[in-house]
Ligand binder design. Structure first.
Ligand SMILES: NC(=O)c1ccc[n+]([C@@H]2O[C@H](COP(=O)([O-])OP(=O)(O)OC[C@H]3O[C@@H](n4cnc5c(N)ncnc54)[C@H](OP(=O)(O)O)[C@@H]3O)[C@@H](O)[C@H]2O)c1
Length: 276
């Protein structure tokens, strides 16, 4: 019998992780199985104990459990500790190790897409979990990493943490829009523009540089209004699929010691989403 794995979250029905990991299992000719489990906030401890007792090889963790799961695990590695959240758990002989592949997956996606980020001045829109993973990871490589948010206090808290590694300031979305031409990399880490609210955009791109690259962490739709407007202004655009795929590939590598095909996966998932 093959191994079994999964992802826990709530909501979880739209997760692409089962499709992605099952495709990689098929690529390798393995009979492993990866399943999405809806786990409510109050049931997290029972779910984690159940996954351990039933012998899951590992599992992914998504909203709203990435932080709450930390005290329930036996060990947390340095990367998850640095980001303050766990997105991947590795099960070895009854012990659960929590790690986080979101930030490294994002950096891998930049490398795959040849997006220049070393020394670049970066603006991150949003100050939630994804913004934190992306911002703290980019801080190790970029020039300055500023944060713009709807709630200035939250943007300030993230900028404060980024500033331990590189220069960082926090702005409202309006102020950031007014100084947009200073950034070479602009990342939307808010859900603004996601299906079904596809006409929404996080900020005005009037002042964007045509030398900029804009990355939207959203992949439903495949091209958001933010991406479309940036493209029309001459900027390069990337959607959220490469990050999703690379965080998944790094988790897969941690579980199985094998590197799955990431480039083929983008085409595969794009076709599935386009037909949605
Ligand atoms: N591609 C990937 O692999 C990947 C991975 C993770 C997440 N994501 C995507 O990234 C996005 C953020 O996820 P998350 O986990 O960071 O969520 P989160 O922790 O809930 O954070 C969301 C952030 O967006 C801001 N925001 C929400 N609604 C807004 C609005 N109407 N106007 C302005 N700002 C708004 C929030 O502002 P406040 O600070 O005011 O609350 C918060 O800072 C989602 O679209 C998610 O699907 C993609």
């Amino acid at each position: 019998m093959g191994e079994w794995l999964g992802v826990i979250g709530d909501p979880i029905e739209h997760s692409l992780s089962p499709i992605m990991h099952q495709k990689w299992f098929a690529d390798f000719g393995w009979s492993h199985h990866y399943q999405a489990f809806r786990v409510k906030r109050d049931d997290l401890k029972q779910a984690v104990d159940g996954l351990r007792a039933l012998g899951a090889k590992g599992f992914n963790v998504t909203i709203p459990h990435k932080v709450a799961i930390m005290p329930l695990l036996d060990e947390i590695d340095d990367e998850a500790r640095a980001l303050g959240a766990v997105n991947t758990v590795i099960h070895t002989d009854g012990r659960l190790l929590g790690t986080n592949t979101d930030g490294l997956g994002f950096i891998e996606s930049l490398k795959e897409k040849n997006v220049p980020y070393a020394g670049a001045d970066v603006l991150i829109l949003g100050a939630g979990g994804a913004a934190r993973a992306v911002g703290l990871s980019l801080a190790r490589h970029a020039g300055r990493v500023d944060v713009a948010g709807r709630t200035l206090e939250k943007a300030e808290a993230l900028a404060h943490d980024i500033a331990k590694t590189t220069a960082s300031a926090a702005y409202t979305l309006e102020r950031a829009a007014a100084r947009l031409d200073g950034y070479r990399l602009i990342i939307n880490a808010t859900p603004v523009g996601m299906t079904p609210n596809i006409d929404a955009a996080p900020l005005s791109l009037e002042r964007i540089s045509d030398q900029a690259t804009c990355i939207d962490l959203i992949y439903r739709p495949l091209e958001t209004r933010f991406m479309k407007e940036a493209r029309q202004k001459g900027a390069r655009v990337v959607n959220g699929l490469p990050m999703l795929i690379h965080q998944g590939a790094l988790a897969f590598e941690r579980w199985f010691g094998r590197r799955p095909d990431t480039a083929g996966m983008e085409t595969y998932l794009s076709q599935i989403l386009a037909a949605d």
